[in-house]
Each structure stands twice: as structure tokens, then as C-alpha cells.
Design a protein around this ligand. Structure first.
Ligand SMILES: Cc1ncc(COP(=O)(O)O)c(C=O)c1O
Length: 391
């Protein structure tokens, strides 16, 4: 038997995966499971994007590309960042990655030394907690509190900074709360980052999924911030392309030239025909994205109202992404117990908030990336199951 490396001892499977496996097992055994645990869109990838990939394959676009990504895609990303985010990048300042997952790894591998501290949200997309450990760096959590509408608390950030703090990770719109950080919050963070000379990693993968009055602001667009920000983004969520594995990092050339060295020894490059389809996504798929956004907003509005009408349950109205973080503290049970109950009693798969960090205890995350009809049914079933739990 071969023992895995010691670092693996601190590397658990994610709580989301555990829940998905349990839900899938029950489904195979005949339970009608409503999947509200999954962080992936239920829509097919827009046809215009799929056609671009078919055409690229038919034309024989099947070979390695530059490690950095194709010139066409890097240009299209630079154009997009100017158009949508108000930040002027040259193509040399773009690295095409295998999703934001790889972008996260490359950013941390390239810039974290042993003992460096990284400020990360709690609750959080777990990569930001686990990836620093590969480099013997230390994630230090800052809390996103419901009573503060999950906005980042600037005083808390200040109080957590030490001489070892090197990086600040932000995620807006955020997983798992769906919160869009306000311009004011981001301006405050920008001042702190400049004062303490921090690198900011800004995960903007949900940027186009914003609703109502919520506006997405890229922190790199604020004065003096492009110089110290690694913006991570990708195609998974907004274009419904999770399985295509395509993303990018945008940052000054010194950042990109370090990150590409990590990337070249892991992935060489993103798939050639997928990159070609990525250009089409950026240039032609905006109407498809806006259709999806409209439908997500309709589902969000329904689900938020339904939760707030349930006994002992409440939630904020998230401005973005496709998650609702639901407060179930009144039941006096752990969030894992509530999630288990909902699955076993009502066939509703959710994720316990504790899977995203200690601050998530007392909440469950539901994803409304499933059909409106299933959401309506899910809310009915959840209401009945929770009423039973209280009885
Ligand atoms: C905040 C956040 N960043 C990144 C990702 C993964 O992105 P990708 O599919 O581009 O690796 C997810 C997926 O759930 C996420 O929630």
C-alpha cells in the first residue's frame, strides 16, 4: 500500500460532493430528488457557442495553442474587459486557464510563500481555503455576516492584517451567499489593499448574473488597483459552460508571466477548439446570457418570497449568482442535520452552510439553477418537511 503525501491529511472531500453523492444514490434507488445543491446552470450551452466548437473541430483546430492562450481569445477577453468592466488590458495581460479553478491555483502558486497569510471570506468557495495549504500559506478568514447583508466588513479586514498578509481574496457576486459587494465596499477594500501593499485576487465568475438594482463592479477598475489585482473569470456560469473548462486571469504582465509558468507545467494550454468557441461566446452570446439572467431572476424572486413566508425560515435577497443562503437557525439543529432531513424527508438536495466555513453554520445553500416548476415544487415540499421538524 502506498500512503498519500502528508499534505493530503488536511484535504477533505467537499461537503457539496458528499451531498451530491448521497442525493444521486437516493435517486438511483427511486426517490424523486430535486437538485438544489448543484452549483451549475441547468441550461444547455447556447447553440451559437456549440456551433463554433463544431466548426473549429471540422476545420481541424485540434492542436496545442500558445501556453498563454490563442491571440484571438486573449484579444476578445481584453475587449470584453474594457467593454463590460471598464478596465483596459492588453492581450499580453491575459492568461487563458482551465477555468477559475486553475486560475486560483496558478495565482496562489505564483505568489504565496510559506507562512504568507491570505485573507479569504467565510463562508467561501472552498478552493480559497484549501489551495493556500499546498504552498504552506495560511488562509485567514474574514466573516460575511447576514446582519451586514454579507458585505465585507472593512474594520475586520484591517484588524486581520499582519506583516505576513500578502493576498486578499474577494468573490463578487459571491458563492454561497449570492451577495454583490457594493462599490463603496470595494472602494474601501481598494484603499486597504493599497495601504498594506496587498495583491487582490478578485473572483468574478458570476459577474453577469446580477439582478434588479445590483451592479457588478470590478475592483481592478478602481484607481490604482489594476496594478495589484489578479481578476479571475471564466465561462462556466454565465455562459453555462461548466464542462468546457475555460477561464482566464487578467493582470499586469509580471503577474501573468509568473502564472503562465505554473500553468505550462500543469495544463500546457486550454483546448484549442474550446478557446475558439470562447471567442464566439464573448462576441455573440450576450442575448443568450440575458435570457438566462431573466429566468434566474424570476426563480430567485419566487424562491426568496417562498422562504420568507415559511415558518422559522428567512433569507436576504441576493443580488447575484444563483444561490440563496437560507437562515434555519430557529430549528436549533446543525445545518448538516437540516440538510439531511430535507433530503431524506422531502427529497430536496441542498448544501449545509457549514460546508462553506464556520460562519455558514445555521444556514443552508440552495441553488436555483433548476427549473422554475421544480423550484415551486421544492418550496412546497420544504415547507412541509420543516413544519414536521418543528412539530
Ligand atoms: C466562486 C467560484 N469560483 C470559481 C468556481 C469554479 O469555476 P470554474 O468552473 O471556472 O473552474 C466556482 C464554482 O462553483 C465558484 O463558485
Amino acid at each position: 500500500m502506498f500512503e498519500s503525501a502528508e499534505r493530503m491529511n488536511a484535504l477533505p472531500f467537499s461537503g457539496i460532493r458528499v451531498m451530491m453523492e448521497k442525493a444521486t444514490r437516493m435517486q438511483k434507488e427511486g426517490t424523486d430528488v430535486i437538485h438544489m445543491e448543484i452549483g451549475r446552470p441547468d441550461f444547455d450551452t447556447p447553440q451559437v457557442i456549440k456551433q463554433a466548437a463544431f466548426d473549429a473541430l471540422a476545420r481541424g483546430n485540434v492542436f496545442y495553442t500558445s501556453n498563454y492562450g490563442t491571440p484571438e481569445l486573449r484579444q476578445a477577453i481584453a475587449d470584453k474587459l474594457l467593454r463590460d468592466n471598464g478596465v483596459a488590458y492588453r492581450p499580453e495581460e491575459i492568461l487563458v486557464t482551465i477555468g477559475v479553478g486553475e486560475g486560483t491555483y496558478a495565482a496562489m502558486a505564483a505568489f504565496l510563500n510559506p507562512g504568507d497569510e491570505v485573507l479569504v471570506p467565510d463562508p467561501v468557495w472552498l478552493n480559497y481555503i484549501h489551495v493556500p495549504h499546498f504552498f504552506e500559506a495560511v488562509p485567514v478568514s474574514y466573516k460575511l455576516r447576514e446582519e451586514n447583508d454579507y458585505q465585507i466588513d472593512l474594520n475586520e479586514i484591517e484588524s486581520l492584517i499582519t506583516e505576513k498578509t500578502r493576498m486578499l481574496v474577494i468573490n463578487t457576486p459571491g458563492n454561497p451567499t449570492g451577495t454583490v459587494q457594493s462599490r463603496e465596499t470595494l472602494e474601501g477594500l481598494a484603499e486597504i489593499a493599497k495601504r498594506h501593499d496587498l495583491i487582490v485576487v478578485s473572483d468574478e465568475i458570476y459577474e453577469k448574473l446580477v439582478y434588479g438594482d445590483a451592479k457588478h463592479v470590478s475592483i481592478a477598475s478602481l484607481p490604482g488597483m489594476k496594478e495589484r489585482t489578479i481578476t479571475l473569470n471564466g465561462f462556466s456560469k454565465c455562459y453555462s459552460m461548466t464542462g468546457w473548462r475555460l477561464g482566464y486571469a487578467a493582470a499586469p504582465v509580471e503577474f501573468i508571466s509568473a502564472m503562465v509558468r505554473v500553468h505550462q507545467y500543469i495544463n500546457t494550454c486550454a483546448s484549442s477548439f474550446v478557446q475558439e468557441a470562447g471567442v464566439t461566446a464573448l462576441e455573440k452570446a450576450e442575448p443568450d446570457v440575458q435570457e438566462m439572467v431573466k429566468e434566474y431572476e424570476r426563480r430567485r424572486d419566487y424562491a426568496v418570497a417562498a422562504f420568507n413566508a415559511m415558518d422559522g425560515v428567512s433569507c436576504r435577497t441576493p443580488g447575484g449568482a444563483f444561490y440563496i443562503f437560507v437562515n434555519v437557525k430557529s430549528f436549533g439543529r446543525s445545518s448538516a442535520e437540516i440538510a439531511d432531513w430535507l433530503l431524506e424527508e422531502a427529497g430536496i438536495a441542498t448544501v449545509p452552510g457549514s460546508a462553506f466555513g464556520p460562519q455558514g453554520e445555521g444556514y443552508i445553500r440552495i441553488s436555483y439553477a433548476c427549473s422554475y416548476e421544480r423550484i415551486v415544487e421544492g418550496m412546497e415540499r420544504m415547507k412541509a418537511a420543516l413544519a414536521k421538524l418543528r412539530a
